[in-house]
Write a protein that binds this ligand. Structure first.
Ligand SMILES: Cc1ncc(COP(=O)(O)O)c(C=O)c1O
Length: 355
């Protein structure tokens, strides 16, 4: 029996399933719950982000049927916005870069979006800043067009607070794990979870090379997670701990769970599962039940993470279970509070120097 007949593909976003992971890496008596965001219609958590940004813009009149939306994204948000453009009847221009996969481009075009490519890197070697510069040019050429600006628009975490956060809080777990790029989904979820159960620990799982939590940016292979700077939507006051994983560690857990559990998760899901398993296995944590938010599906990466040839070409050898166990046991978790304090001191010094 169907409980609901939906009227628009956008109505199918959210209320994603939760799967308990049964694997020998999960210690006896502990529970790892996977919130499978790839059950959204374009197979990622970014359907929710896109819906939040679009709904708020339509409600405020900034985006109308027949209007134009322009956004910079190299992946999942572009697909989600392109899908919503088709569903709600607005034009979508997606600014991408030379690293964007052919599959993402085809996907967005199939929904009717226009693609704008940038070829030049910024001074960090990334494309994010040159893409944003192109967005600004396009906005000047398309008066009245709407730029969601996922990095700094507070409607991004606000929508996750109201929806994803509510669903995750209902699981009443001791800790919540998520990946961070804009920070929108994890910080939105955290605000809700901490409101309902203040003692829940929220842990960000980043990729080596990302500069979201400091350090020097260098390129990495996990898609979607990390950034060459920290965006306005990553609020350190909503995070308790931070852990960082390599491409190799993330991809190894993805491949292991595909074979052992029939799970096909993207690389950022691999980061988050590594973090959750390490926390459950290390003595320092008394957590009995934790939730890991899995942003997207391995379907996006069949020719990458799930291809032995591609991994060999990138010089990545997969770790076996016992090697992974060693990595999980040794992984440090940093206190977000220490990072906040360090930044306050650094800012204080800057003010003193300036005065
Ligand atoms: C696969 C994947 N993982 C993680 C993230 C990070 O999500 P957020 O931007 O909400 O921090 C994204 C964002 O694009 C993503 O596409």
């Amino acid at each position: 029996m169907y409980r609901t007949i939906y009227q628009n593909i956008a109505d199918c976003i959210g209320n994603t399933p939760v799967l308990e992971l049964h694997h020998s890496l999960v210690p006896d008596g502990k529970r790892l719950l996977l919130k499978l965001e790839y059950f959204n219609p374009s197979f990622s958590i970014k359907d929710r982000t896109a819906l939040g940004l679009v709904k708020a813009a339509m409600a405020s009149g900034k985006l109308k049927k027949g209007g134009t939306l322009i956004e910079s994204t190299s992946g999942n948000l572009g697909k989600s916005l392109a899908m919503l453009g088709a569903a709600y009847g607005f034009r979508v221009i997606v600014v991408i870069d030379a690293k964007t996969s052919a599959s993402v481009i085809r996907w967005c075009q199939t929904y009717g979006a226009q693609m704008e490519m940038v070829y030049e890197t910024d001074k960090n070697g990334g494309y994010q800043k040159t893409r944003v510069a192109r967005v600004r040019q396009l906005l000047a050429q398309n008066p009245g067009a709407f730029w969601p600006n996922q990095y700094d628009n507070d409607q991004n975490p606000a929508f996750h607070y109201a929806t994803t956060g509510e669903e995750v809080a209902a699981l009443k777990a001791d800790a919540v794990f998520g990946s961070v790029s804009t920070g929108g989904h994890l910080c939105g979820i955290s605000r809700k979870v901490k409101e309902k159960r203040p003692r829940t620990t929220v842990i960000a799982c980043d990729v080596e090379g990302s500069a979201v939590f400091g350090g020097v940016f260098h390129s990495y292979l996990v898609n979607g997670a990390g950034l060459s700077w920290r965006s306005g939507n990553t609020d350190l006051f909503l995070l308790d701990k931070i852990c960082t994983w390599s491409d190799q560690e993330a991809f190894s857990i993805c491949r292991l769970l595909a074979q052992d559990n029939g799970l096909l998760v993207g690389g950022s899901g691999g980061l988050v599962i590594c973090g959750a398993l390490a926390w459950l296995r290390q003595k320092r944590s008394a957590a009995k039940s934790v939730v890991a938010v899995i942003p997207d599906s391995g379907v996006n990466y069949l020719e990458q993470i799930y291809s032995d040839e591609w991994l060999a070409g990138k010089n990545i050898s997969l770790l076996d279970q016992s090697e992974l166990e060693e990595r999980l046991a040794a992984k440090p978790f940093l206190d977000a509070e220490d990072l906040r304090d360090e930044e306050c001191v650094a800012q204080g010094q800057l003010v003193e120097q300036g005065s």
